[in-house]
Design a protein around this ligand. Structure first.
Ligand SMILES: NC(=O)c1ccc[n+]([C@@H]2O[C@H](COP(=O)([O-])OP(=O)(O)OC[C@H]3O[C@@H](n4cnc5c(N)ncnc54)[C@H](O)[C@@H]3O)[C@@H](O)[C@H]2O)c1
Length: 323
């Protein structure tokens, strides 16, 4: 008989809490909600609230709030939201100084506690954090991915559905490249149940939707004063489910490239197949010349941020929160 799965959520903030709630609702396994020592009680309280919610709803998942990495030992999936979110007016790259040392700390602890896990990184700046998590932790490249494309594609799909007056269920879209302002919504691969989007919407409307998608995170941030969390959590859970249930879903995720699309030693959003083997393959789709040029620009931006992150003074851990 197979044992219950264990999902470790690193960061018990807005997205972490929503991730925990979704893991329980979907009965994916037992949950560990880990935060820094100063917020251990907050994590414990959230865990207790969720277990009590489970008692009302008849859900059996155990939820543990903690600041000890010992509780993450043997986790099957680790989803990382540790770090700070953007404030209005900030770009994702403005978070490097704080969040890069945090992801290094997380990678060091994860390498000791749960090196066999499938890692899904959400913290920003996303592609750099994926790169740091994999290289610092020394995890296999197929076991570390970043969540951005599923969310960006969902935003693109929603805006298309509303403009074309069709169900969002029928819109299939792909957003590639880095999770930044120059992400690349692939219009040529976007359809409404096989009907090219260009047959349903005029060029100006599509251009406006592409722009709104690129600013999708900033739009929510401006309205709420903090980052989105419902849709980011659902997006990461779709990726976790694909791994845990060996669904072989084809999803846009930030993955480590080894020559695909002409890039190497770089993490950015590409279509990947996720199953029990983690990233089982990266799928190369045909792009127009314009899309290739946009992807190049996006890759250059990611590379620039990776090299900024690699420089001191971002080497030291900020909190000394190591076991
Ligand atoms: N990839 C995406 O598409 C996407 C979308 C939205 C937000 N984000 C990013 O996700 C991150 C989390 O967002 P949020 O809204 O949940 O933020 P939040 O502030 O609500 O929660 C983050 C939590 O991480 C904790 N933390 C900090 N350092 C830690 C460490 N070393 N170990 C464990 N926990 C630690 C904090 O104490 C806090 O509770 C941010 O970086 C945000 O920019 C990414």
């Amino acid at each position: 008989m197979s044992k219950r799965k264990k999902i470790a959520l690193i960061g018990a903030g807005n997205i972490g809490g929503e991730l925990a709630a979704l893991c329980c609702s979907k009965q994916l396994g037992d949950v560990v909600l880990l935060d820094i020592p100063d917020k251990a009680d907050f994590a414990r309280g959230k865990a207790l609230d969720l277990e009590q919610d489970g008692a009302v709803r008849g859900l059996d998942a155990c939820v543990t709030g903690t600041s000890s990495w010992d509780d993450c030992t043997g986790a099957d999936v680790v989803i990382v939201t540790a770090g700070i979110p953007r404030k209005p007016g900030q770009s994702r790259d403005d978070l490097i100084a704080v969040n890069v040392p945090i992801i290094r700390e997380v990678a060091d602890n994860a390498a000791r506690s749960c090196p066999e896990a499938f890692f899904i990184v959400i913290s920003n700046p996303l592609d750099v954090m994926v790169h740091e998590m994999q290289s610092r932790g020394g995890f296999p490249k197929n076991k570390v991915v970043g969540m951005a494309g599923v969310l960006d594609a969902a935003r693109f799909q929603l805006f298309i559905a509303r403009a074309a007056c069709v169900s969002v269920k029928d819109v299939r879209a792909m957003v590639l490249g880095g999770h930044g302002d120059d992400m690349v919504p692939i219009v040529s691969a976007t359809t409404v149940n096989g009907v090219p989007v260009a047959q349903l919407l005029d060029a100006a409307t599509i251009r406006a939707i592409v722009l709104r998608t690129r600013n999708g995170g900033a739009e929510v941030l401006r309205l709420m004063g903090t980052s989105a969390y419902y849709a980011p959590a659902s997006s990461a859970i779709a990726m976790a489910e694909a791994y845990l249930l060996d669904q072989k879903r084809l999803l846009p995720c930030s993955a480590f490239l080894g020559g695909e699309y002409g890039y190497r030693d770089l993490c950015m959003g590409v279509p990947v197949v996720i199953g029990a083997g983690g990233v089982e393959r990266i799928v190369e789709i045909p792009l127009t010349d314009e899309e290739k040029a946009m992807l190049k620009r996006s890759a250059e931006s990611v590379r620039a941020v990776v090299s900024t992150a690699a420089q001191s003074p971002y080497r030291a851990s900020p909190s000394g929160f190591l076991r």
